[in-house]
Design a protein. Structure first.
Lengths: 274, 436
């Protein structure tokens, strides 16, 4: 009897999980379906069966070459993530293993910067970028993306580092390890799963960032977010082309997310249940 | 061997020097069909001007507006040519954000630009943007359905006729709506249509002292007529429909009439995308016998921001893209029907264009019937037919658009929408210092 109940519960839970997952995934699925429709089909209303035409993909590629934008997306997301880790690992280490009275306040303050609407600082940032010659430069945008994601990276790493027993680090110190040796040879290998999932999440966040990447670029540094934005038309049908551009833009990150889902889930749920 | 190496070296060096000399200009634009076509044809420009390279930035209309405003206000210098509309030109020119276009070349023929369009892009007699394509609005209707209804569309219909025709053409069982009009909220969406319509009802946004006029009977008549017409004969969910949604409905044969941009004529008459291509007739936008029609005036134009370092190269490009020669280039590659409309009188005098574009005369008549400096029956303190050329209008126009869209959707009454619009406009005008 107990087994039957458990099986039934499991079935219900699995079905519920599938329904929720499908609901969440549906907008992406519908975008992919729409990308295989003609413009007329795309605007005609809800329809899950496309005619299968590839004309939107052909037009999108002919109109606005995909590869340059893709390359910029890769450089910006990976570059900003590496920069963020270089700063966040030592920061999280110090907060996790040498906390002071104000550590929690600093962490909260860092997080609070994420609560500010980005548009509120658009003009100051734009002026700084203009005066430093960083408008439409990959380096400038890498720094910007690193800065906006840094609070999350520090928080995630801090949470992982807190799980590592301080005694192990003390033992390393007893054996004469220097501070850097301690971070590089003892802490980092133990925190690799955490760092990996932080890295993956940060790449996704940087890849999808659409406010600054559109507003601080024109031609040279424009990533895939700018590529998508270029297909919306005030006078002319564009849903199929826009869907094709969106599919091309999200495909790489979707594939990366699929292959690294174990690390991602582990990273996102780490420390959630104690 | 040595001589050959030397020659090759010299050639490479001169090629490098030339490449280094080539100037690159950045052009910001929207993804409309005519702009996409222009990008494809730029080889002609770069052949004629090998020292100028072109970089394109295509953005969604609202993002483009925000990006270029940010750049121009901070003199960021990211763009050398920008695509802007009739709304921005007078405001930005007065702020000295745009360079006057006075070096377009001897063969440019500025006087050939349609006067109504040139007027909307000039300040104190100086042209600050060159029109790439211009438009007004008019009635597009199904000739077959009109005949079936036993009516004949006059060249210059009244709103009463439109109502009568819409009632007769509506055939919900067969999915035919008598009339399709914009309902989606936005200063450039439903408010473009409703402001132009209100002019023909004698309404105005502000009196001479900038006092909002939504509490006046003319606005009540406009909005009530619009809501009643759409409820009786409009498509389902009309409050979400903008240009593109109505275009799709009309092309699929689901609208008896559609009153919208003249540029739509080339889409609805294109047999590749329109099921009703051979059944479309055109008429002037309706009136109420008060001396003003409900048609607007707009031009997507190319302007040069004051912050550019490459003004000469930018002006060369603007002159090329808006010249008579460009229209001929498009005609030679893609036919006269695809020449950018609504900018040059010579295009409308061209028999080949008249033959290829049956809507040509009606488009020109519609453009000529719009007067941005005297948009409505009573005097107004502003310029603009379907907008008010003040910086506050983008925000206020969209707020009022949301209220009127809600009235169309039945979420609020016409009276409530007008009262809230009056309050919002009064607050915006007071805050802006227009009302003391």
């Amino acid at each position: 009897m107990a087994r039957a109940v458990t099986t039934r519960h499991k079935t219900i839970a699995t079905a519920a999980a599938w329904i929720v997952a499908l609901l969440i995934f549906f907008p992406i699925l519908y975008t992919i379906i729409t990308s295989f429709k003609s413009e007329q089909e795309a605007i005609q209303g809800f329809n899950l069966l496309p005619s299968g035409t590839m004309e939107s993909y052909t037009e999108v590629e002919a109109q606005n070459g995909y590869f340059k934008f893709f390359l910029n997306s890769v450089l910006l997301s990976v570059g900003s993530t590496i920069l963020a880790l270089l700063i966040a690992v030592p920061a999280a280490w110090s907060m996790a293993f040498s906390p002071s009275k104000r550590t929690k306040d600093i962490l909260m303050w860092m997080l609070s910067t994420k609560m500010m609407p980005a548009v509120a600082v658009l003009f100051p940032i734009y002026l700084i970028f203009r005066d430093t010659g960083l408008l439409d430069s990959r380096v400038g945008l890498m720094v910007m993306l690193m800065l906006i994601n840094l609070p999350i990276v520090v928080w995630m790493l801090y949470t992982y580092f807190r799980e590592i027993p301080g005694e192990i680090l003390e033992a390393a110190r007893m054996d004469g390890a220097s501070l850097w040796n301690e971070i590089i040879y003892v802490l980092t290998p133990m925190a690799v799963p955490g760092i990996a999932s932080t890295m993956l999440l940060n790449i996704i966040l940087a890849w999808n960032e659409a406010f600054w990447t559109i507003r601080l670029t024109t031609t040279e540094a424009a990533p895939l977010t700018a590529f998508i934005s270029s297909f919306s038309s005030p006078q002319g049908l564009f849903w199929a082309k826009l869907s094709a551009a969106s599919t091309l833009a999200i495909a790489p990150i979707l594939i990366m997310g699929w292959f690294s889902q174990k690390q991602l889930v582990r990273g996102l749920t780490f420390g959630a249940v104690k | 061997m040595k001589l050959r190496t030397l020659t090759l070296g010299l050639l490479s060096a001169s090629a490098l020097a030339f490449a280094a000399h080539a100037e690159s200009i950045t052009i910001a634009t929207v993804n409309n069909g005519d702009m996409v076509r222009m990008q494809k044809l730029t080889d002609d420009f770069t052949k004629k001007n090998p020292d100028i390279q072109l970089q394109w930035v295509t953005l969604e209309e609202n993002v483009l507006r925000e990006r270029v405003t940010t750049d121009i206000a901070t003199k960021g210098g990211q763009y050398d040519v920008m695509t802007i509309g009739t709304y921005e030109v007078p405001i930005w020119a007065k702020q000295s954000w745009l360079l006057p276009l006075d070096k377009l070349g001897d063969d440019y023929d500025v006087k050939d630009i349609i006067p109504a369009i040139a007027g909307g892009l000039s300040v104190d007699g100086k042209l600050y943007a060159a029109p790439f394509y211009g438009e007004s609005s008019f009635v597009m209707y199904r000739k077959d359905l009109m005949e079936k209804a036993g009516l004949t569309m006059p060249e210059a219909p009244t709103w009463d006729f439109i109502k009568q025709a819409a009632d007769k053409m509506t055939d919900r069982a067969n999915g035919v709506n008598g009339v399709c009009l914009r309902g989606k909220a936005g200063w450039g969406e439903n408010m473009a249509f409703l402001t132009a319509m209100s002019n023909s009802f004698g309404a105005r946004w502000f009196d001479e002292k900038w006092k909002p006029q939504f509490d006046q009977p003319e606005w009540k008549n406009t909005l009530q007529f619009y809501v009643d017409l759409m409820k009786a004969d409009g498509p389902e969910g009309a409050s979400s429909n903008g240009f593109n949604e109505n275009l799709a409905l009309f092309q699929q044969g689901k609208c008896g009439m559609w009153i919208d941009a003249t540029v739509a004529a080339s889409f609805v008459s294109d047999p590749k995308s329109s099921k009703v291509a051979d059944k479309v007739g055109y008429a002037l936008a309706p009136d109420n016998g008060l001396g003003k029609r409900g048609n607007w005036l707009w031009a997507w134009s190319l302007a040069i921001p004051a912050g550019t370092q490459k003004a000469d190269a930018a002006e060369k490009f603007v002159a090329w893209a808006t010249s008579k020669g460009y229209a001929e280039l498009v005609a030679s590659k893609e036919g006269w029907a695809n020449a950018p409309p609504g900018t040059r009188s010579s295009l409308y005098a061209n028999p080949e264009y008249q033959k290829a574009a049956p809507f040509a005369k009606m488009t020109l008549d519609s453009i000529n019937a719009a007067d941005p400096t005297h948009p409505t029956v009573k005097p107004v303190p502003y310029v603009g037919v379907q907008f008010v050329a003040i910086p506050e209008f983008q925000g206020l126009g969209t707020t009022v658009g949301q209220l009127f869209s809600a009235a169309l959707a039945g979420q609020t009454s016409v009276d409530d929408a007008l009262k809230q619009a009056q309050d919002a406009a009064t607050a915006a005008m007071t805050e802006g210092g227009y009302i003391q």
